[in-house]
Design a protein around this ligand. Structure first.
Ligand code: ADE
Ligand code: ZN
Ligand code: ZN
Length: 266
C-alpha cells in the first residue's frame, strides 16, 4: 500500500505542477486532469486498490470523482478548511505548526494535515476491518493533492488566498483566486487545445515522459509517508512570485501566466 500511496500522491502532484490545462478549470478540469494522469501511472496493486475502492458508478474512472470533495463541502461542513492553508500576509513562507490550523486555531485542519490524515487512513487498506471509509479517503486525498498545488490554496490570510481580490481576466470580471482555479486553465484549453481536455491531457502525458522526465522524478520524490509540506512551501512561493505579484484590486490580468505555464507543453 505504501507503493500505491506514493504513486497516487506523486502523480497527482506531478500533474498539477504541469497542469495548465483547460475546459472548466482547476475547479473541475484541474482535478479531472490530475486524476486522469495519475490513474494511468498507478502500480498494479495501487490500481487494484483504487478500482476496489471506487463506487461502481464511477466505472473505474477516478477522475470522474475528483471534484467530489468540493461537492460535499456543504454536507460535510467540517471539511471546508481542509482545502487550503492560510499563511501570514506577505511572509511568503509556510510552516506546518504555525499555519496548519483552521480559523478557530484547531491544529492539523488544513490541506497539508488532511493529506497526511487520508494517506495514513489509506495505509490501512488491506488490513482487517479498517475503521475508516477508505472510498472517501481516496476521493479526499486525490482532490487535496490537486488543491495544494494551486498556488493560492496556500495563500495569505487577510485576502483568503486571493478570494477577496476583484480583478479582470482580460475583459471579464473575476476574482484572483478564481483566475488561478479556473480562468487560466479554461483559456489555455480554448486557445491551445481546441477546447478539448483530452488533448491537453495527452500533451501533458507526453511531456511527463519526455522533456519533463527528470523533473517528474524530482516531483515524485518523497521520503516520508506523505510530503505535503514540500508542496505547500512551493505553493506559497509560487503564489508570491506569480499569482500575487503586481496584482491589486481591479488589476487586469491576461495570459502571460498561461504562456509561461504552457510553453513546455509543445
Ligand atoms: N478560504 C480561505 N482561504 C482560502 C484559500 N487560501 N483558498 C481557498 N479558500 C480559502
Ligand atoms: Zn478543493
Ligand atoms: Zn480554489
Amino acid at each position: 500500500m505504501e507503493v500505491c500511496r506514493i504513486h497516487i500522491v506523486a502523480f497527482l502532484v506531478t500533474l498539477y505542477l504541469s497542469c495548465f490545462c483547460a475546459a472548466h478549470g482547476w475547479g473541475i478540469d484541474g482535478h479531472l486532469i490530475t486524476c486522469r494522469l495519475a490513474q494511468t501511472r498507478l502500480s498494479k496493486s495501487a490500481a487494484n486498490a483504487v478500482s476496489e475502492l471506487l463506487p461502481a458508478y464511477a466505472d473505474d474512472d477516478l477522475a470522474s470523482l475528483c471534484s467530489w470533495a468540493d461537492r460535499v463541502k456543504f454536507r460535510y461542513h467540517w471539511s471546508s478548511p481542509l482545502h487550503y492553508i492560510d499563511t501570514p500576509d506577505n511572509l511568503c513562507t509556510y510552516q506546518y505548526n504555525r499555519d496548519c490550523k483552521d480559523e478557530d486555531g484547531v491544529q492539523d485542519r488544513c490541506v497539508a494535515g488532511a493529506i497526511n490524515n487520508y494517506t495514513n487512513q489509506l495505509l490501512t487498506y488491506g488490513t482487517t476491518a479498517s475503521q475508516y471509509n477508505l472510498t472517501e479517503a481516496l476521493l479526499f486525498l486525490s482532490h487535496f493533492i490537486g488543491d495544494i498545488h494551486q498556488p493560492l490554496h496556500v495563500g495569505f490570510t487577510s485576502d483568503r488566498g486571493g478570494n477577496t481580490i476583484d480583478v479582470h481576466w482580460y475583459t471579464r470580471k473575476s476574482v484572483l483566486h478564481h483566475v488561478w482555479d479556473d480562468n487560466i486553465i479554461e483559456t489555455a484549453e480554448e486557445r491551445f487545445y481546441d477546447s478539448n481536455v483530452d488533448e491537453l491531457i495527452n500533451a501533458l502525458d507526453k511531456n511527463i515522459t519526455t522533456v519533463w522526465a527528470n523533473q517528474a522524478k524530482a516531483w515524485a520524490a518523497c521520503s516520508n509517508t506523505a510530503c505535503p509540506d514540500i508542496y505547500a512551501s512551493e505553493g506559497i512561493k509560487a503564489a508570491c512570485e506569480w499569482a500575487y505579484k503586481g496584482v491589486d484590486e481591479g488589476s487586469v490580468l491576461e495570459g502571460k501566466f498561461m504562456h509561461v505555464l504552457l510553453i513546455d507543453a509543445y
